[in-house]
Design a protein around this ligand. Structure first.
Ligand SMILES: [Zn+2]
Length: 378
């Protein structure tokens, strides 16, 4: 539905493309301006005048979206993110990024650039409209300026809605990404919120339509449908980038973990493994066979005065499917398992032999490090 785009111009090094869906937004803008906004602000005007003004307004709106997208693209280029072009999409545009964004903070700067440009332009246009109105100058001109000011305000504020992939949703994803260090998980979370928001928007639009205002209700429905499809597409793109990376647990794990013996006392374990070497987790090995693991939580469940007389074997969690993985497991599946179970540390085993341990932080660096995602085919 979205994706048939035509290149129409080249502006300061960016390809400007128009998506077919833009025709829909264009007709919505024309009909709203010609049948509702301009007749209200210029009641004496002829319908043909209103229609002509609506077309001028549409051209201005087109330029406004272009400015919004160029603001994203220019900041992105300033931050060193290569981008191939700007596509005018439904409701705002989508500044195409050639690569994944390098850091969450960069994404925030790029995302807010567009709304800042739109809101600034809205203010300028509003001042222009006020000036023209007080000077008693050409009335239709003042009406077009104030319509454009309103459209830019809508563009700026509408894009700040935290529904991914709108700009506000990108900021939200960047914040989630910053906190978890996990781009795929943050995108999934932002996508779910966006789906919820889209559904509410569609319901709201349908409500308005059933209340009798078809044109007014069409906007929220169309934007909601667009958001639903755009969010899904964006999530899939991020997920596929992570999948294509194709690394397995064997590439992510630590190969030389600190291990414990079943007959070791807890005080020895605490001093030699947890305190001395800074580990919080140790697989338990006897005669080369992995029996299970112990971690700081299990030890803390035992009163400190009993640490000398309690041995690892008394607190061990035995090895099982829930705490052990194969070195061949794709990193992506490990990630799913961590998000499903909340477990952060796994033993990596082949048969009964321990070959390493893999933790959430190993995986986080795998999903987070910019170089890992950069240079992937788009
Ligand atoms: Zn934007």
């Amino acid at each position: 539905m979205w994706g048939r785009s035509i290149r129409i111009a080249r502006l300061s090094g960016f390809d400007v493309k128009v998506d077919a869906s833009w025709l829909l937004i264009a007709s919505l803008v024309i009909s709203s301006l010609a049948t509702s906004y301009f007749p209200a602000s210029l009641p004496d005007g002829q319908p043909m005048t209103h229609l002509a003004m609506a077309f001028i307004g549409l051209a201005g709106f087109f330029a406004s979206i272009l400015l919004h997208e160029l603001a994203h693209a220019i900041i992105a280029r300033g931050q060193g993110v290569r981008n191939s072009g700007v596509t005018l999409f439904m409701f705002g545009g989508v500044a195409e990024m050639a690569d994944q964004l390098p850091t969450p903070l960069t994404e925030v700067w790029i995302a807010v650039a567009g709304p800042v440009a739109s809101l600034g332009l809205a203010l300028l246009l509003w001042c222009g409209a006020r000036l023209a109105a007080t000077a008693g100058a050409f009335e239709p001109g003042a009406a077009v300026l104030s319509a454009l000011s309103m459209l830019n305000l809508t563009l700026g504020l509408g894009n700040l809605i935290p529904a991914f992939p709108l700009d506000g949703g990108r900021v939200l994803r960047a914040i989630l990404w910053m906190r978890s260090g996990d781009l795929v998980g943050a995108t999934r979370c932002a996508t779910r919120l966006s789906a919820l928001f889209s559904a509410l928007l569609i319901l709201f639009g349908l409500f308005i339509i059933f209340a009798g205002d078809t044109a007014g209700g069409l906007w929220p429905v169309v934007i909601g449908l667009f958001l639903l499809s755009a969010a899904r597409t964006s999530y899939r793109a991020v997920q596929q980038a992570a999948e294509r990376d194709g690394r397995k647990v064997a590439d992510l794990m630590s190969r030389d973990p600190c291990t414990a013996r079943p007959d070791q006392s807890l005080s020895e374990l605490v001093n030699q493994v947890f305190l001395d070497r800074g580990f919080t987790f140790a697989p338990v090995i006897e005669d080369g066979v992995v029996l299970g693991y112990v971690d700081t939580h299990m030890v803390l469940r035992i009163d400190r005065e009993n640490w000398a007389t309690t041995v690892v074997d008394d607190v061990i969690e035995s090895i099982g499917n829930e705490n052990a993985v194969s070195p061949d497991l794709p990193g992506r599946e490990l990630f799913d398992r961590i998000s499903r179970t909340g477990r952060r540390k796994f033993m990596v085993v082949v048969g009964t032999t321990l070959v390493g341990v893999v933790t959430l932080s190993d995986l986080v660096s795998y999903l987070n490090v910019a170089e890992d995602l950069q240079g992937l085919p788009a």
